[in-house]
Design a protein around this ligand. Structure first.
Ligand code: KG4
Ligand code: ZN
Length: 342
């Protein structure tokens, strides 16, 4: 029997400190996620300096737990290391990257730097058998990406946000209205009991040429924030739940309309969603009830940041012979995922 290839994944791109062991790029042996949410809550947002310092404090213990849970040791049972090196908060990325380099260097094991957004995109492959080609929708705190995926190596970005990311808009609006922290989750929860038709928000129209699959969230974000005066004047009838529901509908409908446009243009009906916003209840309901689309959402554990998706994608890089060297740096941004307008 050929033994499995076990990859240790390390993820510290934002505010989750995570380590995981994945066998053959498909079987999760462990996936430890230590969330820093409580430590950033007093500031209603992620403080980069706190995030990187906590990663330094936690990474060793989190990795030890991942190895323990998988019943392996670094020396015996781990074949390679994969680590997020882009995109993300630079200080946070550097902690995981330096740690992974040290592990690989000291044990002589191969290692590879992994793109966090690509890892979100392929995370559902850990849970479902999905045929290529498919359409990808990655929506997180920093990215909103629509793509066509023909294989693990052939990903064409078809559309992105031209300004703010969808998750960021959720966070900012939630923060402005004091809905709770983390904002996206709190707003989504409130919206469940609100009337989505109570407020009307603009839907940007960029449906031309190269930008036909792009989205924009800055106008919607401003419109929602500017409703505050209106909201106060009209009193209790205009509830927080209603503004949450109306904003959520506008923000998510924009995503769904671009996915449908891509489906109409390409004929590809398989859609794979990933990233923190793919946990959104309304997005899940609307997409899964569309009879024309076959949509794959990752489980909640694999929607948000986790090292299992890094280990899984790292495995495929390593199998193609793509190993990183110690001069690899961290990158806060990846140019393909953002573009200016026009
Ligand atoms: O993928 P992720 O965990 O981290 C990044 O790579 O950014 O995504 C975090 C983002 C945050 O903006 C958060 O507010 C948003 O995902 N988010 C949600 C929900 N859960 C998390 N947005 C809307 N509805 C949710 N249920
Ligand atoms: Zn993420």
């Amino acid at each position: 029997m050929v033994s499995a290839v076990n990859v240790l994944g390390i993820e510290t791109s934002c505010d989750e400190c995570s380590a995981a062991v994945v066998a053959d790029g498909e079987k999760i042996l462990s996936n430890i996620v230590a969330s820093q949410v409580e430590r950033h809550a007093p500031w209603n947002g992620i403080v980069p300096e706190i995030a990187s310092r906590l990663h330094v404090e936690w990474i060793e213990e989190v990795t030890a737990q991942a190895l323990n849970r998988a019943e392996v040791t670094l020396a015996q049972g781990i074949d390679a290391v994969a680590v997020t090196n882009r995109p993300g908060l630079i200080g946070s990325l550097l902690v995981g990257l330096s740690y992974a380099k040290a592990l690989a260097w000291s044990t002589g094991k191969p290692w590879v730097g992994v793109d966090h957004i690509m890892a979100h995109l392929f995370a559902p492959l850990l849970e479902y058998d999905i045929d290529f080609p498919f359409l990808g929708l990655v929506v997180s705190g920093g990215h909103t990406v629509f793509c066509r995926v023909d294989s693990l190596e052939a990903v064409s970005v078809m559309g992105t946000t031209i300004d703010d990311a969808c998750g960021e808009a959720f966070d900012k609006v939630a923060n402005h209205y004091d809905m709770g922290y983390p904002g996206g989750v709190a707003l989504d929860r409130l919206a469940e009991s609100g009337d989505a038709d109570a407020f009307r928000f603009p839907s940007p129209s960029l449906h031309k040429g190269d930008h036909r699959y792009d989205v924009s969230y800055s106008g919607l974000k401003c419109a929602a924030v500017n409703q505050l005066d209106n909201f106060r004047r009209k009193g209790a009838a205009r509830s927080l739940e209603n503004i949450a529901a109306s904003f959520r509908k506008a923000a998510i409908d924009m995503l769904v309309s671009r996915v449908k446009k891509l489906y109409e243009d390409t004929g590809i009906d398989r859609v794979v969603a990933g990233g923190g916003v793919s946990a959104n209840r309304y997005l899940r309901r609307v997409m899964t009830s569309d009879p024309l689309l076959k949509v794959y959402f990752p489980s909640m554990e694999l929607c948000t940041d986790n090292a299992a998706m890094i280990a899984a994608l790292g495995y495929h890089h390593l199998m193609r012979g793509e190993c990183s060297t110690l001069d690899l740096n961290a990158s806060a941004r990846v140019s393909d995922f953002r573009r200016p307008y026009p």
